[in-house]
Design a protein around this ligand. Structure first.
Ligand SMILES: Cc1cc2nc3c(=O)[nH]c(=O)nc-3n(C[C@H](O)[C@H](O)[C@H](O)COP(=O)(O)OP(=O)(O)OC[C@H]3O[C@@H](n4cnc5c(N)ncnc54)[C@H](O)[C@@H]3O)c2cc1C
Length: 409
């Protein structure tokens, strides 16, 4: 039986970045880190492919810049809700939109270059704790013994189940597809466009349009809809919401809507009520979840990868493998502060409450200090995460409430 210091199951952004962070901090450990990935890369992962500016900058700082990969840059967020429209600049580093096949291959290659043992086409069938470590069982019955197990197997992965750690939230259903664009045009105007109008029709979700890169390198629109139920008929109902929303965006279908084929995929919203770890076990990425408002999971993957690597190195130094402080330390990262904001905002995702709160957080009279402006600056990495609840941000909310009340009287 092979013996490793760390075994990581899953080679998506969370697994690859955990391996990169570990190997960068302790190059001597790299050959004793095993990463098992069920699929062979490049593989497409159904996703919007949006990477927040704060993550783009961080990747740059750890020697994994995204600039050389085919991508589009987005400099702000456009929000639609019925007739309402607002544009908020990110104010810091642009966000990037990439194909996940390209991004994930690139990150996994970084781990491999640093000396991590990456085995593609190798599923893990299970794992269990023993007295002084963890045993990972491969699909062919082979066993890998390790000191620490990292569950990076995504929303459909079973790591949580193997260690008896139930998730707090059910999975929801999303649909995603690609729209061609007319040559030389970008109907999004270089921004992430999110249309929340489906909330008016009872869906707690939205339709997104992100400018992205086609397989031939040309501009395409990555589009889809969130908020569906993983139940019989759920995909059909979601498809109906998408169909009525896209009618409001004829500019998106100018080059022909017929090419659009939506594919379903689940997503799980992050919760801080669930376990993040157990003795010798750490969960990262979508084993934890995604931001409740934006569905951003690559940022959660990055934040949890950084922390998981720190936890592991600390455990190797002091011999305490309980990982009991991991969830609390996640509460100091950008993911936590964006999550709290997203959580608050999703409570308003019912008819008039959403209309009101959207106007309050985008009120033009607050100038740069709209609450959404603060949120976007945190998203793009130019502002401290907890400043979403700082005095200036809250003043922006106060001003928004006052002017909205005045407009309604
Ligand atoms: C439609 C949609 C749109 C999205 N849009 C965005 C977006 O624009 N921006 C954003 O930040 N996030 C977005 N997300 C969320 C994002 O895609 C995920 O949160 C992110 O992929 C999580 O990364 P991960 O590494 O944890 O998991 P994954 O990327 O799912 O990777 C997990 C890997 O583990 C492997 N694996 C699973 N089981 C095993 C096993 N038993 N053995 C070995 N390997 C295994 C899988 O093959 C996979 O490669 C979106 C999600 C959906 C569904």
């Amino acid at each position: 039986m092979d013996r490793y210091r760390v075994a990581i199951v899953g080679g998506g952004p969370a697994g690859a970045l955990t391996a990169v962070c570990l190997a960068r901090s302790r190059p001597d450990l790299a050959p004793r880190i095993l990463l098992l990935e069920r699929r062979r890369f490049p593989r497409e992962k159904i996703c919007g492919g949006g990477v927040a500016g704060r993550v783009v900058s961080w990747l740059d700082s750890i020697g994994a810049p995204l600039d050389g990969l085919p991508h589009t840059s987005v400099s702000g967020l456009t929000v639609n809700y019925g007739d309402f429209e607002s544009y908020t600049p990110f104010g810091g580093q642009d966000g990037y939109v990439l194909r996940r096949s390209v991004l994930d291959q690139y990150l996994l290659d970084r781990a491999r270059e640093l000396g991590v043992e990456v085995r593609e086409g190798t599923p893990a069938a299970g794992a269990y704790r023993e007295r002084s470590g963890v045993v990972v069982v491969g699909g062919g019955g082979e066993a890998y013994r390790c000191d620490v197990f990292v569950g990076a197997d995504g929303v459909n992965g079973s790591s949580r189940v193997w260690f008896g750690l139930p998730p707090a939230n059910d999975r929801q259903l999303l649909l995603q597809g690609w729209l061609p664009t007319a040559p030389g045009t970008d109907p999004t105007g270089g921004s992430l466009l999110i249309d929340f109008t489906p909330i008016k029709h009872g869906l707690k979700g939205y339709v997104w349009f992100f400018p992205s890169v086609g397989e031939d390198g040309g501009l395409v629109i990555n589009t889809g809809v969130t908020g569906g139920e993983l139940a019989r008929g759920g995909a059909g109902r979601l498809q109906d919401h998408f169909a009525s929303t896209i009618e409001r965006h004829p500019e998106m279908t100018a080059a022909g809507p017929d090419a659009l084929k939506l594919k379903p995929y689940p997503e799980r919203v992050l919760s801080f009520r669930q376990e993040f770890s157990a003795e010798r076990v750490l969960l990262v990425g979508e084993q934890l979840g995604v931001d409740p408002l934006t569905g951003e999971g690559i940022g959660v993957s990055a934040d949890s990868a950084v922390l998981a690597a720190e936890e592991i190195l600390r455990a190797f130094d002091c011999g305490d493998f309980s990982f009991s402080g991991y969830r609390r330390r996640m509460m100091d990262t950008g993911s936590f502060w964006l999550w709290t904001a997203g959580k608050l905002f999703t409570y308003t995702q019912v008819d008039w409450r959403f209309d009101l709160s959207l106007k309050v957080i985008t009120d033009a009279r607050a100038g740069e200090n709209t609450w959404l402006g603060h949120y976007c600056r945190v998203f793009s990495g130019v502002q401290e995460p907890r400043s979403i609840y700082g005095l200036t941000a809250l003043r922006g909310v106060g001003r928004g409430i006052l002017s909205e009340l005045r407009a309604r009287m």
